[in-house]
Structure formats: C-alpha cells, structure tokens
Write a protein that binds this ligand. Structure first.
Ligand SMILES: [Zn+2]
Length: 79
C-alpha cells in the first residue's frame, strides 16, 4: 500500500496567539517535496508548512513527516 502525504499551511502570529491551519494539499513525495512545499507557502503566505504522512487514503491517521519554516512569510505586525 502506498503512503499518502498531505501538506498543511499554517498562519502564525505570536502577538495575537494565532496558530491556524489554512489549506491542505496532497503532495507527491516522489517529486521534489521541498519545492512543492515552498510553492504552497508562497501561495498562502505561510510561515509554517507541515507535511503529514498517512497509511490510509482517507487521511484518518496522520503522522508528522516533515516541518518546513519560512522566515520570509512570518508576520511583521511588530515591525
Ligand atoms: Zn504578528
């Protein structure tokens, strides 16, 4: 059985105690996952993207696979 991977973009603002998931994308890890994740982050302006692994196609049991942080997309509300 093939594993499924899903990338979730997060919107984070420490100043407002915000830690919210935005969008979910199914990803193919046989391709350059880092590049894909970067695209999702850019699209959603997400400072954090988590990739979860699922052994089932219905994504019911998810396990954290990798975490990517993007400094460029961090909030600048204290700037
Ligand atoms: Zn902020």
């Amino acid at each position: 059985m093939t594993k499924q991977y899903i990338a979730v973009t997060y919107d984070i603002c420490e100043h407002n105690n915000l830690y919210e998931d935005m969008n979910e994308y199914v990803v193919d890890v046989s391709h350059d996952i880092g590049k894909k994740v970067e695209e999702f982050a850019r699209k959603d302006v997400a400072p954090l993207v988590k990739v979860f692994e699922s052994n089932t196609s219905d994504f019911k049991s998810l396990k954290l696979y990798k975490e990517y942080t993007f400094k460029t997309y961090e909030c600048d509300c204290d700037a």
